[in-house]
Design a binder for this molecule. Structure first.
Ligand code: HEC
Length: 290
C-alpha cells in the first residue's frame, strides 16, 4: 500500500518554500545593490515578497522546532517557577554521601500505628504485620466484615438474657493481642488512662461524662461546641461492642473527629479498656447494657 509520509512531505514543502524565499531574497538583494536606480513595480513586488518570506522564515524557525527531541533544556519564556533550587522526591543530591535526596526518618521515629521503619526496610520473608494489617480484629476491631445491612449499618452484637451471646460486625471484646502487647491488663489500663487523659479528656472530661456549656466536664465542651461531646459512660455507649468504641476512636463518629493519626492501634485498645473502667465506675452493670 502506498502512503505519503506527511511529515516527510511537509518537510519538503517547507524546504522548497523556504528555498524559494531565499532565492527571492537573493534576487532582491542583488538587484537592489547592483541594479542601479531600479525602482518600479517589479522591485516593490520583490521587496514585498522578501518581506513575506522573511516573516514566514522567522515563524518557521520559532515554531518549527517545537516537538523536536533534544537533551537540552527547552526555552521557557515564562518560567512560572518551573526551576527551583529544591530536591524532588527520588531525586539526586550531591550533599548527602549516598547521593539520594530522599532521607530516611531519624532513628526511633515511630510511624502512625507504631511500626518500625528500620525493621520494615528491605526484603522480608515474613512482612511486618503492623504494615500489613491482616488481623482485622486487632487492627480494625472488625469481627465479621460482611455483617452489614444494605444501608451499610453494622450488625449489633447478640445479647441473650443480659449476656453477650455472639458477635455482630465489631469484635465484642478487646483482642488478646492488645493485652499481650501491653504486657497484661494492668499496664493496658494504665496506658489507657494516660492516653484517654491526653486525647479524650479535653472534650469528654476526665470522667467521660462530656456535655456542653455549664454542665460540661471537658474544657472544650465548656468553651462551646456546636454539638456537645457525648457522655461515654451511658448504658447506650456501654452496650456498644469493644470493636465499635475502637472504630469510633479510629474514624470518629458523626461530629467527633478521627484519632487514627494521633493514637496508635495499641493505644486505642488501651483507651477502650479505660472507657470500660469509667463506665464501671459510673455504676453501670453489664446487665444494664442493652
Ligand atoms: C474534639 C473533641 C473530642 C475529642 C478530643 C474526642 N471526642 Fe468523642 N465525641 C465528641 C463529640 C462532639 C461527640 C458527639 C458526636 C455527635 O453526636 O455528633 C463524641 C462522641 C463520642 C462517643 C459516642 C459515640 C456514639 O456512638 O454515640 C464516644 C464513645 C467517644 N466520643 C469516644 C471518644 C474517645 C475514646 C476519645 C479519645 C480518643 C474521644 N472521644 C475524643 C468530641 C470529641
Amino acid at each position: 500500500m502506498y502512503m505519503i509520509d506527511t511529515n516527510r512531505f511537509m518537510n519538503w514543502v517547507l524546504g522548497l518554500t523556504l528555498a524559494a524565499g531565499a532565492f527571492v531574497f537573493f534576487v532582491t538583494l542583488v538587484l537592489a545593490m547592483f541594479g542601479g536606480k531600479r525602482t518600479g513595480r517589479v522591485m516593490s513586488y520583490l521587496y514585498m515578497l522578501s518581506g513575506i518570506f522573511g516573516v514566514f522564515a522567522v515563524a518557521v524557525v520559532v515554531m518549527g522546532l517545537r516537538g523536536r527531541k533534544s537533551d537540552g533544556r527547552p526555552w521557557h519564556v515564562f518560567l512560572d517557577m518551573k526551576y527551583q533550587p529544591k530536591y524532588t522526591s527520588q531525586g539526586q543530591s550531591k550533599f548527602f554521601a549516598d547521593g539520594r535526596s530522599n532521607r530516611l526518618p531519624p532513628t526511633n521515629t515511630i510511624p502512625f500505628d507504631g511500626g518500625d521503619y528500620t525493621a520494615d526496610a528491605g526484603y522480608h520473608d515474613s512482612p511486618n504485620p503492623i504494615f500489613l494489617k491482616a488481623d482485622a480484629r486487632y487492627f480494625f476491631g472488625v469481627a465479621n466484615a460482611d455483617m452489614k445491612d444494605k444501608d451499610g449499618v453494622p450488625a449489633k452484637p447478640k445479647w441473650d438474657a443480659g449476656k453477650l451471646n455472639g458477635e455482630g460486625y465489631f469484635v465484642n471484646h478487646i483482642p488478646a493481642e492488645a493485652i499481650t502487647q501491653a504486657g497484661g491488663w494492668e499496664p493496658l489500663l494504665k496506658r489507657g488512662q494516660q492516653q484517654f487523659n491526653v486525647h479524650c479528656a479535653v472534650c469528654h472530661g476526665a470522667s467521660g461524662r462530656g456535655g456542653g456549656g455549664d454542665v460540661a466536664y471537658g474544657i472544650v465542651g465548656a468553651k462551646g461546641l456546636s454539638v456537645p461531646p457525648s457522655n461515654v459512660v451511658t448504658p447506650e455507649v456501654q452496650a456498644q461492642a469493644d470493636g465499635q468504641l475502637f472504630n469510633t476512636i479510629t474514624y470518629g463518629v458523626r461530629n467527633m473527629p478521627a484519632y487514627a493519626a494521633q493514637v496508635k492501634v495499641q493505644d486505642r485498645w488501651a483507651i477502650v479498656a479505660y472507657v470500660r473502667v469509667l463506665q464501671y465506675a459510673a455504676g453501670n452493670t453489664a446487665n444494664e447494657k442493652k
